[in-house]
Design a protein around this ligand. Structure first.
Ligand code: GLN
Length: 509
């Protein structure tokens, strides 16, 4: 099915373009949902983005959305309708959707059906969005390639021999392959930004506390945050507006008003005295010297430098900054995240959720359930984390890591006194081959060397497309800012995107 503005069919639409057509009555949510489901049936055998599909409920939700659209149109109240009304979305399988199996990519949750729904999905549903299904993830979001899923590996739509990144690789691949219009992921150390970079789309990691974690299957609670994927900055911003906000059911969510992120993209249109559409005049951009490391893929380094050059041409003032504790982010993260994971994953005992292996004694049943239910990476982290938290080692490892975490946060606070945003690569390389790193955890951990710090600091950031390597694989530019400065990064990203064409390219499948 072809439609104005795309040569791909309805599934290729952005959320904002689809919203216009839906509101004008030129397409229906049912047609759009059907077109996306057909696309899934056509390509998901190759991409393998979805763990579970819910086509019947999706079509019911689309019919509901069509009714809401018709009523609003008749009443002249389309302005009050969310741009997400009737828009088909995908949800990472660590985020609970009531009545739909949630596995978190693990065998230990096989058969578990959450009896309640995450706040993020509740909000999307209240906005009229259509939920298509659950996307593949590394087991409990531990990984950078989606190869740690206990079920199967997701393939990168740009080159099916390569990984889509992880852990939210299913969501990122689904967006760029046209298997949904937008998606949710979770980012504990980079799992939204890194797959967004490797798949050539936009991924936002909101400030810790911006989005409720209620109904998000916990990995590392002080780092986890639900984030959004879109084909462009506007779509990712619309989705963030769809899920952000205080929730009394998550005591770490923050009670601050949620800005209109979409309006923030073009403040020039509204504010007198603003430099205006298309200009970054007045924006100070810091480039951390520690983020261009040896061993980086030269094409990534070049593309990111060129992108920073474009920010300068658009009027931004670019200067070097220093984040001196950057090299400690990886060891600190791999102390704190496994420590928190080892505590969070203690609840999978074969009694309360999913898999249960019967055995002679209770202890043997715990042992056999956990032994069979968890994969090797999860076991590695439970062991690491339990060790770091054990008496005698706690001070030397966990406490020390928390102290260094504070230093990393202070690095950001100091740098952000002089600049408004920080620009750097999202990943050191483009998408790697399936199987290339899966048996070498340390080299896999390095994929997130540029994204981990932001979670440790609790601040916000995003990745957006800024080029392609000679193999035709996308490259991501990471923009970061202080806590609750999402509007600043989104606006910079939007102005950059308007001046470039990278976000318009799509893989052929
Ligand atoms: N790759 C990192 C890890 O395995 C980050 C994962 C994430 O953000 N969920 O912990």
């Amino acid at each position: 099915m072809m439609h104005a503005g795309t040569d791909e069919g309805l599934y290729g639409l952005t959320i904002h373009a689809a919203a216009k057509l839906l509101q004008a009555g030129e397409i229906t949510a049912t047609e759009l949902t059907q077109a996306v489901l057909e696309r899934i049936y056509a390509v998901d055998n190759d991409v393998k983005a979805y763990l579970a599909l819910t086509p019947e409920t999706a079509l019911e939700q689309a019919i509901e959305a069509d009714k809401a659209l018709a009523i609003a149109r008749a009443a002249g109240e389309l302005d009050f309708l969310s741009p997400l009304t009737g828009v088909p979305l995908a949800i990472k399988d660590v985020i609970s959707v009531e009545g739909v199996p949630a596995t978190a990519g693990s065998r230990i949750l096989e058969g578990y059906v959450p009896p309640y729904q995450s706040t993020a999905v509740n909000k999307l549903r209240a906005a009229g969005a259509v939920i298509l299904g659950k996307t593949n993830t590394d087991e409990f979001a531990m990984g950078s390639s989606t190869e740690n899923s206990a079920y199967f590996t997701t393939h990168n739509p740009w080159d099916l021999e390569r990984v889509p990144g992880g852990s939210s690789g299913g969501s990122a691949a689904a967006v760029v392959a046209g298997e949904c219009l937008g998606a949710l992921g979770s980012d504990t150390g980079g799992s939204v930004r890194q797959p967004a970079a490797l798949c050539g789309i936009v991924g936002i990691k909101p400030t810790y506390g911006r989005v409720s974690r209620y109904g998000l299957i916990a990995y590392a609670s002080s780092l986890d945050q639900i984030g959004t994927f879109g084909k462009d900055v506007t779509d990712a911003a619309i989705l963030l507006n769809g899920i952000a906000g205080y929730d009394r059911r998550d005591s770490t969510s923050v009670d601050l008003p949620v800005p209109d992120y979409r309006a923030a993209l073009q403040p020039g249109a509204r504010q007198a005295g603003h430099p205006g559409k298309g200009s970054l005049r007045g924006l100070r951009v810091g480039v951390p010297k520690e983020y261009f490391i040896s061993g980086m893929q030269p094409e990534v380094e070049l593309a990111v430098h060129q992108a920073i050059g474009v920010l300068g041409q658009l009027g931004a003032e670019v200067r070097e900054v220093s984040l001196p504790h950057t090299d400690l982010a990886l060891p600190v993260y791999y102390m704190i995240a496994p420590a928190e994971a080892s505590a969070n994953l203690a609840r999978y005992d074969g009694i309360r959720y999913g898999l249960s292996v019967p055995a002679g004694t209770l202890w043997e049943s715990y042992r056999d359930t956990r032994g069979r239910g968890f994969g090797p990476e999860v076991k590695r982290r439970i062991m690491l984390g339990t060790y770091a938290l054990s008496a005698g080692y706690y001070d030397a490892y966990y406490l020390k890591a928390q102290q260094v975490r504070t230093l990393i946060k202070q690095d950001f606070e100091a740098a952000l006194l002089d600049v408004d945003i920080i620009a750097c690569p999202t990943t050191p390389t483009t998408a790697f081959r399936i199987g290339e790193k899966v048996n070498d955890p340390l080299s896999m951990y390095l994929s997130d060397v540029f994204t981990l710090s932001l979670n440790l600091a609790g601040m916000c950031g995003l990745s957006l497309p800024c080029g392609f390597d000679t193999a035709g694989l996308p490259i991501g530019l990471q923009l970061m800012a202080g806590a609750f400065r999402e509007e600043t990064v989104l606006r910079a990203a939007y102005v950059y995107e308007q001046a470039t064409d990278w976000h318009k390219r799509r893989p052929t499948l």
